[in-house]
Design a protein around this ligand. Sequence first.
Ligand code: PPE
Length: 306
Amino acid sequence: MAFAETKWICFNGKFVRWKEAKVHVLTHALHYGSAVFEGIRCYKTVKGPAVFRLNSHIDRLYNSAKLLRMEISISPKRFAEEVKETIRRNKMDACYIRPLVYRGYGQMGLNPLNCPVEYSIAVWFWDAYLGKKGLEGGVKAMVSSYAKYPDNCLPTAAKVAGCYVNSSFAKMEALGKGFDEAILLDLNGNVCEGPGENIFIVEGENIKTPPLHAAILPGIRRRSVLEVARNLGFNVEETMLTRSQLYLADEVFFTGTAVEIAAVTEIDGRRIGDGRVSKVTKRLQKKFFEIVHAKDKKYEVWLDLV
Ligand code: PPE
């Protein structure tokens, strides 16, 4: 597989060659999923490379670590600095950033508390997650046969590596059936999110998305889209959504760091709206393109120059 390798990975604060950033096979996280991660994007702007809402992502990383009872050895401020240093060292002007905090090698068994907490930061060029299709033509999704786990089973607000097996199941099933992406419902049939994206629907002038208590990841794009849409004059609402609301919506779109904003034009073989990327999704895509490329002063505070 061709991976867009870069030169350096920050490994516990030291910069090591991409190929040398390795761990022992008895690393706790490999066996028990005891790791947390982030997905962040850096964009090329006229002022140089800029990271989108870096501090929000770092805050979520520290919250994820807290939920897993992991103490990160450096401060959030220092962590953010190391993210930027990793981008500089690799001379990237646009990239995806993947910080990982995990329980390392030390002791086997379910109790992770005696294993060291280690971290890494890798960057590479990653095109929009659902490709050109996601951004321009819209994707076909299916309602997954896998339900999203409730927060009293596994924390939904944290990006815990082990929890992503749920997402992988849904993703594999969707791809295997010829769809581009999955949509997960909770055990009661309420809409939650995609395996790696939050979901929104458009009903007339209203933009709706499931609330934080709907077993979703508190997406940073989600929060940003809510704010931008409100500022653009749309009625926005965080509310539980049913499966039928998905099918009957005028528009459906995914948001996320990797995916950006992607239109969902078909769900379970049903055409959504007119089956094309429609006006609200297009408007938000355009606005976000301007925001992340530092072309809208109002949102420059969301960009952190590298
Ligand atoms: N829900 C889930 C389950 C999720 O993993 C993501 C991010 C989101 C919502 C959107 O959150 P945010 O990026 O803060 O707006 N998924 C990351 C990982 C994707 C992957 O395939 O890996 C991402 O987009 O970076």
